[in-house]
Design a protein around this ligand. Structure first.
Ligand code: AMP
Length: 210
């Protein structure tokens, strides 16, 4: 069984690479950010509790996230492993995950802080298939039409603005980056330079997974 954690700051390209890794490995993508956004949209109790933290660019409390993951791993498609995108983001989340399933690879996509704001503020995604694009670095071939499914509406995220991005980066450095040591000590941590062409990054990730 292969269970992957995609690790890195907001805007590192985790979502973009997750789509490609899913295509190559068949592992389902589990994005806690996507799950939370869906819960907010539906107005579930989880969504209502999470929204204030998401709008402020802060991490949602561990108990909410861990409950979401505990439910997700029960689904049949999780039997051969999962690819976690944006989870875990704190040491308690990593400890909880270790009790749920064995993580075999942690792929850390590294991008300097100085590049993050431009990367996040220019991005948009397809509301139907989730494919991620960027005004400058990865535009759709035809304006307004998703390259992957051709039918979904292209949207920007409410929290992809400069003020919130700075707060999210802060949360990353304070609460999430200490996890790098936690995983490095377990010998499953692979650093990938994320400040390159998308295809080159994918190639290196697939090599690390072999
Ligand atoms: P993302 O789509 O991964 O950038 O996540 C968007 C927002 O959802 C984050 O800024 C957090 O507020 C929240 N979030 C997503 N995943 C987690 C997590 N594992 N732990 C805490 N908060 C999370």
């Amino acid at each position: 069984m292969t269970s992957i954690v995609l690790f890195g700051p907001p805007g590192a390209g985790k979502g973009t690479q997750a789509t490609r890794i899913t295509q190559s490995t068949g592992l389902p993508q589990v994005s806690t950010g996507d799950m939370l956004r869906a819960a907010v949209k539906k107005g579930t109790p989880t969504g209502i509790a999470a929204k204030q933290f998401m709008d402020a660019g802060q991490l949602v409390p561990d108990s909410i996230i861990i409950d979401l993951i505990k439910e997700r791993v029960k689904e049949p498609d999780a039997a051969n492993g999962l690819m976690f995108d944006g989870f875990p983001r704190t040491v308690p989340q990593a400890e909880a995950l270790a009790n749920i399933t064995e993580v075999t690879h942690v792929i850390a996509i590294e991008v300097p802080d100085s590049k993050i704001v431009e990367r996040i503020c220019g991005r948009y995604s397809c509301s139907s298939c989730g494919a991620v694009f960027h005004d400058k670095f990865n535009p759709t071939s035809t304006k307004g039409i998703c390259d992957e499914c051709g039918s979904g509406e292209l949207k920007r995220r409410a929290d992809d603005n400069e003020t919130t991005v700075k707060q999210r980066l802060n949360a990353y450095h304070q609460q999430t980056s200490p996890l790098a040591d936690w995983y490095e000590n377990r010998g499953i941590f692979h650093r990938i330079d994320g400040d390159r062409e998308i295809d080159n990054i994918t190639q290196d990730i697939l090599l690390a997974l072999k």
